[in-house]
Design a protein around this ligand. Structure first.
Ligand SMILES: Cc1cc2nc3c(=O)[nH]c(=O)nc-3n(C[C@H](O)[C@H](O)[C@H](O)COP(=O)(O)OP(=O)(O)OC[C@H]3O[C@@H](n4cnc5c(N)ncnc54)[C@H](O)[C@@H]3O)c2cc1C
Length: 444
């Protein structure tokens, strides 16, 4: 047990990673001081109440397989969560195809199916090399599926979602994300709809109340956070953090869930090679278009991927299908993500300019009716969405992380670990950062 509860521990952020870190520290009798640049708590796991609707910061569901995290989240809402069987599909050139399309080819045009099948049969004759041996994501896709499926589906969607070409991305982030069925499953799915779900997420959980943020409400109650505090300067020698509003906070230990490149900007004495590495780290941004209407039969699927390049919508999700408490009675909602990035696809217009084109696309796809009355709409800009795993991102992130460690700053979370991690892993990352700090403390 630590005897250092008087040490000043500062945590930057109030999202999942900050929750994991705080919980671990509180268990040792240490009360960290939390700071967030936002005026609200929760980072990406915040939910926003809007005229009777509740919208998350992009669709958030829990599909964790980690037993401990299932329990942490279930306890956080006193077991009051929905359990849903995921239904997912894809919009491809005027047709809805169940997801993952490789296992449901029967609904595609037959000439395309024949081409995909003949190539898939060919690649299936070769053993799939280990993921890490591929030079880039596109090469992996070609080896896994053959060119026609690879280029028409995952590479096409990937460009919309990650904003860069598959050939410009590494394979470090892949994990179980892309489903590669065996030949028999592909052939069966080309003849008739399979009887089972083949998506890597089959069941998911969602709080019954308050949107995804419902999971964090007890955590919020356990801390006295300092909101509206954007950290702008870290003096690692003097052990102080300075905020944009002029407040200076001394610390003995600092845990940051802020994006790596942002942290480096706070340290003017960071060496040039670290600054250069940090400058190469890029993240996508998203404009989230939220739309509310006075009916619920908007979609059979909980979320839908949009492949067509002439549509700006990338993914649709339907909050009222996660929990009915996210909408006024009898209403439905759709949340649409449109992706940008400073490096590959800069946002050159106001976020609001995405609203009407997205509504038009929803109408073309049959989600909205022609001239349907929209009872609520808004666009929100999310500055950090997904880490872009372009080719030099791994070594650059490692260089920055090593430097932060060398000056005694613990990093954690999606933008500290610089990883494609979900809420459960972000919480555990925060916990690990706190544990390292405790190990340092107890061994000092
Ligand atoms: C569109 C989208 C959909 C997603 N869907 C899912 C999903 O369905 N399921 C799932 O499990 N995960 C999902 N995720 C991933 C999930 O959101 C993250 O893994 C997790 O929320 C990250 O938590 P974090 O604490 O690491 O980061 P964040 O939530 O970003 O927290 C970082 C905090 O640091 C604060 N901060 C940053 N800079 C400063 C500064 N200079 N000064 C002070 N404060 C600062 C931020 O305001 C923020 O509160 C999704 C992510 C996105 C973008």
């Amino acid at each position: 047990m630590s005897n250092l509860s008087s040490d000043r521990v500062v945590v930057i952020g109030t999202g999942m990673a900050a929750w994991g870190a705080t919980q671990r520290l509180q268990a040792e009798g240490i009360s960290p001081k939390l700071f967030d640049k936002n005026e609200f708590l929760g980072g990406h796991t915040a939910s926003f109440a809007r005229e009777g609707f509740i919208f998350d910061d992009g669709p958030h569901i829990s599909f964790t397989e980690i037993e401990k995290m299932k329990n942490v989240l279930a306890d956080a809402v006193d077991q009051e969560f929905e359990v849903l069987n995921a239904r997912v599909d894809n919009w491809y050139k005027g047709t809805w195809v169940k997801h993952p399309a490789i296992a449901y080819l029967h609904s595609l045009p037959s000439d395309l199916v024949v081409k995909i099948l003949s190539e898939f049969i060919e690649v299936s004759q070769q053993p799939m090399p280990e993921t890490k041996t591929f030079a880039n994501y596109h090469e992996w896709l070609l080896a896994a599926y053959g060119p026609t499926f690879a280029n028409n589906f995952p590479a096409r969607y990937g460009k919309k979602y990650h904003t860069c070409e598959a050939k410009d991305m590494n394979v470090d982030w892949l994990g179980p994300r892309l489903y590669r069925p065996d030949l028999e499953e592909v052939l069966l799915g080309a003849i008739a709809p399979p009887q089972h779900e083949a998506h890597y997420i089959d069941k998911f959980r969602y709080p019954k109340a308050h949107g995804f943020e419902g999971y964090l409400r007890k955590f919020f109650d356990s801390v006295e956070p300092n909101l509206g505090h954007r950290a702008v300067r870290i003096d690692a020698a003097a052990r102080t953090v300075t905020f944009e509003n002029g407040h200076v906070e001394p610390y003995d230990h600092l845990v940051s869930s802020a994006p790596l490149a942002e942290v480096i900007k706070m340290i003017p004495e960071a060496p040039a090679d670290v600054v250069e590495a940090a400058g190469k780290l890029s993240c996508s941004q998203t404009v989230i278009v939220n739309v509310g209407v006075a009916r619920q039969d908007l979609s059979p699927a909980h979320w839908r991927y949009i492949y067509d390049e002439d549509m700006r919508s990338v993914r649709l999700s339907f909050p009222h299908m996660f929990s009915p408490t996210t909408v006024p009675p009898g209403h439905g909602a759709v949340q649409v993500e449109v992706y940008y990035s400073d490096k590959y696809k800069p946002l050159n217009h106001k976020p609001e300019d995405d609203i009407q084109p997205v509504i038009d696309e929803l109408t073309v796809m049959g989600v909205l009716k022609e001239n349907e009355e929209i009872v609520f709409s808004e666009a929100r800009f999310v500055e950090y969405a997904n880490v872009i795993f372009d080719l030099d991102s791994g070594p650059c992130a490692a260089k920055v992380q090593d430097y932060l460690t060398s000056i005694g700053i613990s990093y954690c979370g999606r933008y500290g670990d610089w990883a494609y991690i979900w809420t459960d892993q972000s919480y555990l990352s925060g916990e690990r950062a706190a544990q390292k700090l405790l190990d340092g403390i107890t061994s000092a």
